[in-house]
Design a binder for this molecule. Sequence first.
Ligand SMILES: [Zn+2]
Length: 420
Amino acid sequence: MSLRAEREQLLNWIEQERDELANFLAHFVRCASPNPPGDTRDATAALAQWLAKAGFPARTIAPRPEMPNLVASCKGDRPGRHLVLNGHIDVFPCTDADRWTRDPWGGQIADGRIYGRGVCDMKNGTVALLFAFGWLAKLKERLPGRLTFTAVSDEETGGTWGAKYLLDHHPEVLGDCLLNAEPGAPTTIRFGEKGILRAAVIVETSGCHGAYTHKSPSATRIAARIAAELAAVDDLAVTMDAAVEQALDEAADEIDRIHAHGAASVIKRFTLNIGVVRGGVKVNMLPGTCRLECDVRIPVGESVDRALSLMRGIVARHAQARLEVMGFTEPNWSDPGHPMVEHLRDASVRVSGVRPFAITSLGASDARLWRAKGVPAFTYGTTATNVAMPDEYTDVEEWIGVVKALTLAAHAYLNGEGAA
Ligand SMILES: [Zn+2]
């Protein structure tokens, strides 16, 4: 069978199994897995049963019993590339059920949509990769290389017991390339993500009676001056890899369309958000403490240290202030010229006539953990507009297009098309 015939075969299977796909996704949504608390046992069991039935029983790796991870693998008939597919099982919690017009855990199929908490982020993506694994595994007698499917828990709270644990303890999930199906937009392929620095500025003075302002400097007024000076973070000059910058410039209009006007500029810059300001006790007391909690996003190509040095310098000018790092993640990215990007593009053009742009994402995903281990990682999924909102849904037609594109791209990659 030629590669072209194999592609046709894969597309035929997807068309024939549309109903199975939709029904399984609805069932998967009904296996509620909100995080917190992050108990994914029911939802994981649904995936494990599907894999067992397909003839590829998964291994369960559960450092926390209520947060199991699944790994299934299939070997082709000759050596080749190792592609890893990754999706998460846990979803955001549903704290606004009263604002929904559907049952958030009902998995209702209506008007060409499937509704439910987490259906878009990212149960639809995890199911897409699960079925892609199943169809490609059916071709394993003719396929080179190796395909591994991973479904993880604990993504929404950082991945410590999920992807991070797998990558640290089970190197067989590393692979040569990672394909993830987090939502974004089918018009974009995401090859990197911004970094995050969380830091607190703490100002302490003796404080005193509010009428005796000569007795102590005011912690809130010092903090206000520091807050104004910290705006310099937004203006830090950015050094960006030429290929990354070119990709983002080409995609500027699409980035603005997806994320609202201004996103194309913000994606390439450092940004500072002072998310919490806490100071003072009472209106007639002069405050002796004030705390600013800062959330800085680091553009691809830059480092946490650039922002941190600037912030340290500003804070050091104020004797009563100090800076405390709360946590950070460096930005990371893969080559936008990697063959997987071309495979996803070709597949999307074939399936829907749309040529997606390669961009970085504003939010974080487990793909960063593979990149941090040196594995090129790419994300392609459905539109994310209603993630974590009432009546979260996935559009079935759009989703089927994504299923097809992911399956064809994985097939092309395993067959060694394009440079390694
Ligand atoms: Zn997600």
